[in-house]
Design a protein around this ligand. Structure first.
Ligand SMILES: [Zn+2]
Length: 223
């Protein structure tokens, strides 16, 4: 009997260690969407929007500029700084034979609200929170983020496109970071999204890239 209990305790311990190793425990600890703070500096280029930091419903970023038609699907807007950097990036990448197209950029609070509610209605709240952001918590409302696709014309499969590798190695040179990297899900609160980039400016992007940080880790460390 005693031996049996010991066996089960060992199995349980191994299971807990495994969960920690897989970084799943913080995910289950429900730190996200708790103690939510209202963002005070929404225009800051390094603004941190996530599941614990929220933008106001009426926040609209300054200087929203339309992206070149050939660089995006339909009308897509970003803040001027981000548009200038992104158009330079796409122009340079096309010279090398890559074909990057922006599929999503600035999204208003209302738009995000409808998108999130659509996921909740069709797939349930768990799925919605896993794949989307609640209104006010989406980085797309900053006008500094975009989703991109490559030659295989499916942003969901961006990782399999030839453009992915080039973006991974070069985006920081233009001031962009991969916002939701693999292995940082327990910090960012979002699943790995190879297609979602964020403008932070060249100096910050370089630091984040070479130190392999998430924006959350960078903000904690440097500001
Ligand atoms: Zn996105």
């Amino acid at each position: 009997m005693e031996l049996k209990i010991t066996k089960w305790i060992i199995i349980l311990l191994i299971f807990i260690i495994l969960l920690f190793y897989l970084k799943l425990i913080p995910f289950f600890s429900h730190k996200f969407y708790r103690n939510i703070k209202e963002i005070k500096n929404p225009n800051d280029i390094k603004v941190l929007v996530n599941k614990n930091n929220r933008l106001k419903p009426d926040y609209i970023p300054p200087n929203l500029v339309k992206l070149k038609v050939s660089y995006s699907q339909e009308d897509k807007y970003l803040r001027k700084e981000a548009v200038l950097a992104l158009e330079e990036l796409i122009k340079d990448s096309r010279k090398l034979g890559f074909h990057l197209v922006v599929v999503s950029a600035y999204r208003s609070y209302e738009y995000q609200k409808n998108l999130y509610q659509h996921y909740v209605k069709t797939k349930g709240i768990e799925y919605a929170d896993h794949c989307s952001a609640r209104p006010g918590h989406s980085e797309h409302q900053t006008g500094l983020s975009f989703d991109i696709m490559g030659s295989n014309k499916d942003y969901n499969l961006f990782e399999k496109s030839k453009e992915f590798e080039w973006m991974s190695a070069n985006a920081y040179k233009y001031g962009f970071i991969l916002r939701y990297p693999k292995g940082k899900e327990h910090i960012t609160g979002f699943k790995y999204e190879p297609w979602h980039y964020r403008y932070v400016g060249k100096t910050t992007a370089e630091k984040i890239f070479f130190k392999n940080l998430s924006l959350e880790e960078y903000r904690k460390k440097y500001s």
